[in-house]
Design a protein around this ligand. Structure first.
Ligand SMILES: Cc1cc2nc3c(=O)[nH]c(=O)nc-3n(C[C@H](O)[C@H](O)[C@H](O)COP(=O)(O)OP(=O)(O)OC[C@H]3O[C@@H](n4cnc5c(N)ncnc54)[C@H](O)[C@@H]3O)c2cc1C
Length: 446
């Protein structure tokens, strides 16, 4: 007998979120010949920057190469927190205490700003402040997370505590984990609706935002920027690059310093069909967002209406279509929730996140040219905040750092020109190490 397909009859290779807000097919509008500030890239970072500038009365134009929001910002898992992932990496050395404290304090401020923006602009986006659980991958991870919990509680007020295996089982309907890390100051939302709300707020404040307009080249002469776009040239007093992982996608030469500082990494998600209510609730009875303590994490949560599971991970580090990544993610989902075997996938999609060599996001610039980049996989809150902080820097005309992430370009590497040739090897190596640790937990622990 033929195996039942995991795909529903109405399967779509697009984000499930787009049922709530889809990148709009705006009719092409005439571009102005001159603007105060041109922002390249209309994700959370670009739009948040535009919102703050426009509120201060600045003349702002935001251009995106694709439809507005078509980058990562309408594709994410929608998990939000105040710094849980800051500086996390499988390889990095510990940060000096003062630097760590400053980064975490500002990450906590990012979460405060995010909640303020939701309320100030009345953005309705299925936000549930239900907390997050990081499932503990192997018992060896407990001590590291106890240390991290101390930092997060001390500097970011994150309300973190370690859960025993039994406590974790009450939060996640799965025997997959060796316990959990509970993070109180966290939650989840509908990321595309959040984007739509932010975009509407920026437009109400007076920012002009247009999609389908790649910026191809930028030159500076006599203190002004001449900008070449697919729909004609314009001049700008200031230019802000908010291109994150897509810095080299549409125009390799437009900002080579940014392209060389970020490693674009594809990451993927699936949505299940609507599940019976009892089953859906039994998976995540407290409606928390879930992540993990390993190197290549899986993350998941219920949809805002509580009817579907939305499951994500870096399914593969090789190029792959949405059906193939869905099959890989499905396996990961069933490993955690065998009770979902036989349930169909209705949506599968991917997007790109920007990793940096120091695992931190960055803002900076001067003399009329600024940037915000390097989300490192977590940008719903952080890239909103950094766009906003960059706008404050521009308005204040400040050469002093505005926040702990205002420290110049992300570091470059002599062997990297913006083409992530090493990612299949490095990513697969991390996946292999994760599997090995799971298979032999006691032995590696001894
Ligand atoms: C599958 C997936 C799951 C994720 N899950 C989470 C999560 O649960 N929680 C979380 O916090 N984060 C998550 N993220 C990350 C989060 O989505 C990103 O960090 C965030 O959206 C980045 O916002 P941004 O504005 O910096 O970049 P983007 O939204 O990617 O915007 C950059 C824009 O720049 C434009 N651009 C580039 N070059 C040009 C050019 N030359 N001219 C004009 N425009 C240009 C691109 O078209 C793009 O739209 C996830 C991401 C993905 C893909």
């Amino acid at each position: 007998m033929a195996r039942k397909s995991i795909f529903s009859d109405d399967f779509s290779p697009t984000p499930w979120w787009w049922a709530g807000f889809a990148p709009p097919a705006d009719p092409p509008a005439d571009l102005p010949r001159h603007v105060g500030t041109l922002i390249v890239g209309a994700g959370y970072a670009g739009v948040a920057c535009a919102l703050r500038l426009a509120e201060a009365g600045e003349e702002v134009l935001v251009l995106d190469a694709a439809a507005l929001g078509f980058g990562a910002s309408t594709r994410s898992g929608g998990q939000v927190s105040g710094g849980v992932n800051v500086g996390r990496s499988p390889t990095r050395k510990p940060l000096p205490e003062a630097r760590k404290a400053a980064l975490l304090r500002d990450a906590a401020a990012a979460f405060t700003l995010f909640e303020e923006l939701l309320s100030r602009h009345q953005i309705s986006c299925g936000y549930h402040r239900t907390g997050r659980i990081n499932g503990i991958w192997t018992p060896q991870h407990v001590q590291a997370w106890k240390n991290r919990a101390e930092d997060l509680n001390r500097y970011a007020d994150s309300d973190v505590r370690i859960l025993s295996r039994a406590e974790c089982r009450r939060e996640i309907g799965s025997d997959f984990y060796h316990g959990g890390v509970s993070i109180g100051r966290a939650g989840h939302l509908q990321p595309a609706e959040y984007y739509g709300g932010l975009l509407a707020a920026a437009r109400r404040a007076g920012a002009r935002c247009h999609g389908e307009t790649p910026v191809r080249q930028v030159r500076r002469a006599d203190g002004t920027y001449t900008v070449e776009t697919s729909r004609g040239n314009l001049t700008a007093e200031r230019i802000v690059f908010a291109t994150n992982a897509y810095a080299g996608t549409y125009a390799r030469g437009v900002a080579p310093d940014l392209r060389r500082g970020v490693i674009p990494v594809s990451t993927h998600m699936i949505a299940t069909e609507e599940l019976p209510q009892e089953l859906a609730r039994s998976l995540l009875p407290t409606d928390r967002a879930i992540s993990e303590t390993c190197r290549v994490i899986s993350h998941y949560r219920l949809s805002p209406d509580g009817r579907r599971l939305l499951f994500g991970s870096r399914a593969t580090f090789f190029p792959a279509g949405e059906r193939h990544t869905a099959e890989l993610l499905y396996r990961g989902m069933i490993a955690r929730f065998p009770q979902l075997a036989g349930r169909c996938i209705t949506h599968s999609w991917g997007g790109q996140v920007a990793m940096t060599f120091d695992h931190l996001p960055h803002i900076g610039g001067g003399e009329g040219r600024f940037f915000v980049t390097g989300c490192n996989g977590s940008g719903v809150v952080m890239m909103t905040y950094l766009g906003h902080e960059l706008a404050k820097k521009i308005l204040a005309d400040a050469s002093e750092p505005m926040c702990a992430y205002d420290d110049g370009l992300p570091p470059h590497h002599a062997l990297y020109d913006g083409t992530p040739w090493f990612m299949p090897m490095v990513g697969s190596w991390f996946q292999f190490r994760d599997r090995l640790e799971r298979r032999e937990p006691e032995k590696t622990h001894a």
